[in-house]
Design a protein around this ligand. Sequence first.
Ligand code: MN
Length: 288
Amino acid sequence: MRICRFDNDRLGVIIGDRVHDVSGAQDEIRKAAPYDMRGDAVIAALPQWRARLEGMAAAAPGRPLSQVRLLAPVARPSKVMGAPTNYRKHIEEMNHVAEAHVGGVRRFSTDIGEAGIFLKANSSLVGPSEGVPIRFPERRNDHEIELVLIIGKQGSRIPREQALDHVAGYSLGLDMTVRGPQDRSFRKSCDGYSVLGPWIVTADEIADPDNVPLSLSVNGETRQDTNTSYLIYDIRRLIEFASEYYTLYPGDVYYTGTPEGVGPVKPGDTMRGRSAPMLGELEVAVRA
Ligand code: MN
């Protein structure tokens, strides 16, 4: 199943190239959710609601995808995580960027096991229709296309053998970055610097998350092109690793790392992320 949020905080199920409004389910789920719950109520409810959502979608008239404004498919993640330096060729290209070093010393270990996972501000999360507003046009603002996991089931110290049981689904994401000397979480948390979408594909539709193609073009020119089979920490290890440190909650968003080909964008550019057909195309305008 493919699930999106669109227009004015509406919930949709996508069938073919049409969006079927199932916001009635969203209202009911949110009303029943305790205020102090950790995580996103709608993502948490997906397993119990799946059959009903499919029924509602089949009964609702569809609108063409091209006529809706797609928002981030998760409204309220408890956290947004990011894996750094998780493709070997990206590590090699970063070794040539001067800002990677301060006083001749590398700022971060390029070993993900040593460096750990970083967090991005939840307030940076947007959907493709919102675009990325460049906060510091005088600095270098880079695109990072990534496969993104949406956590579906709460868990802490999750063993790798059980890791995929905790995944609700997958999306495409852009982990936008302002280059500079500040802490990574600061530079990657500007408003709009975490793009997610165009929808969530539920985990049952992705046979092997460690074999998903991933590419990004800017104004029609391919900049990044890889497959998650090149990940240093694979999907199971990423889940195991993060959950060694903190509990994962339904709706948590997890950027899995970007491949080589990272480069700058400026207002007026159009970024287009592509993957397996089910994951769709993430078309995002860079704006002032
Ligand atoms: Mn990244």
